[in-house]
Write a protein of this length. Structure first.
Length: 217
């Protein structure tokens, strides 16, 4: 196998456990439109802000307004302090970024200000050479991933995408790179291991602690 030299990380569920933050932020946004129970938001949470909100709001105008509210309040300190580092963070990203043999990229569906603040809280602000976020104008995550590969003057065969959902597996398949799925309590698909396995990622790891051994194998 060709040596992997470009590592592209997802943010939520790989570097940070943000589920509690999203439950709180989405619930706060929904209360603008009526009475909603926090436990109902938690039970309907999926790794998509608009997808989760659409389970409660049927009017497009309300949905658009709720998404704007989420993007405004997610950066409030009371919410940011709900972020928790995933296992192996910040140690493993720091170790890998210190090795000149790896390019380090970050790929996220969030607007840039959110991962920037999150990385700073984790002490990882200097670990990633380039970030592609929702406000960079790419039509899909696959396009963003390809942009990172081109930026690093790398190739699909030399790239490993580290994610935590079957959507991340599909992104890697569309791009033509390898994919490792992290499955632990931080992951968005932690309770759906069988679904993840059926999507046939190249690797399933329990945490980023497993990544150095995978790369060395």
């Amino acid at each position: 196998m060709m040596r992997l030299r470009t590592l592209i990380f997802d943010f939520d569920g790989v570097l940070v456990d943000s589920k509690e933050l999203y439950v709180q932020v989405l619930w706060s946004a929904l209360k603008t439109f009526g009475e909603y129970r926090r436990k109902d938001v938690a039970s309907q949470l999926i790794p998509s802000v608009s997808g989760t909100l659409s389970k409660f709001l049927r009017k497009e105008k309300e949905l658009d307004q709720a998404v704007r509210i989420v993007n405004e309040i997610i950066l409030q300190e009371e919410h940011l302090r709900l972020l928790k580092p995933c296992d192996g963070v910040p140690e493993i990203p720091k170790v890998l970024s210190s090795q000149a043999s790896y390019d380090m990229g970050l790929l996220t569906n969030s607007y840039r200000s959110f991962p920037d603040r999150g990385l700073a809280r984790l002490g990882l602000e200097d670990c990633f050479d380039r970030t592609i976020a929702a406000d960079d104008g790419f039509e899909s995550k696959a396009e963003g991933c390809l942009s990172l590969i081109r930026h690093f003057e790398s190739s699909e065969r030399m790239t490993l995408y580290v994610g935590d959902t079957i959507h991340d597996v599909n992104v890697a398949r569309d791009v033509g790179c390898k994919v490792a799925i992290v499955l632990n309590t931080c992951s968005w698909m932690w309770s759906h291991r069988e679904i993840v396995e059926r999507s046939s990622p190249d690797y399933i790891i329990q945490s980023l602690d497993d990544l150095p051994n995978l790369l060395a194998s």
